[in-house]
Design a protein around this ligand. Structure first.
Ligand code: SF4
Length: 151
């Protein structure tokens, strides 16, 4: 991924994180948000977000099903610094439900603007789709994986 593009995407993440910190939604660390089928939802993300997540080089096994995220271990996210928007914005807290939609829409709009500016095109799909399309995880934990669409 282009370094400037990555930095600007990280800025969007930082803005979202600051907004979440200000709202201070409650998290009981149940881990349900990462067990998609059990909790009845699907984590969609852009190709941008998938690239950032995969660049972390975290190990996982393919094929990945739509049931849950392979980066959740013992109810904890092992990809926290690299997690996509949905993971940053989604909380069980009933008092936070109304704020999630607008926060997501605003951040996605910024990402789409970046896609236009950098001429990358735009793609949005469930997490398991991107994880299964990536090069198979290499045995070395430090290895990097990348998707082929962003130069
Ligand atoms: S990246 Fe982290 S927060 Fe997001 S679904 Fe996976 S384990 Fe959960």
């Amino acid at each position: 991924m282009n370094a400037e593009l990555r930095e600007r995407l990280r800025t969007i993440y930082a803005e979202v994180d600051a907004a979440i910190a200000g709202a201070a939604p409650k998290c009981d660390a149940s881990g349900r948000c990462c067990r998609f089928t059990e909790y009845g939802h699907t984590l969609f993300l852009s190709l941008f977000e998938a690239e950032i997540l995969l660049e972390a080089g975290l190990p996982y096994e393919q094929p990945v099903t739509r049931d849950g995220c392979p980066f959740q271990i013992d109810n904890r996210c092992t990809a926290r610094a690299h997690r996509p928007l949905g993971c940053r914005i989604y909380f069980c807290d009933p008092a936070f439900q109304d704020q999630q939609g607008p926060l997501t829409e605003a951040a996605i709009a910024k990402m789409k603007s970046l896609a236009d500016e950098f001429g990358t095109g735009w793609r949005y799909a469930p997490l398991h789709v991107f994880l299964n399309e990536a090069e198979p995880p290499a045995p070395a934990p430090s290895s990097r994986r990348s998707l082929p669409l962003l130069a």
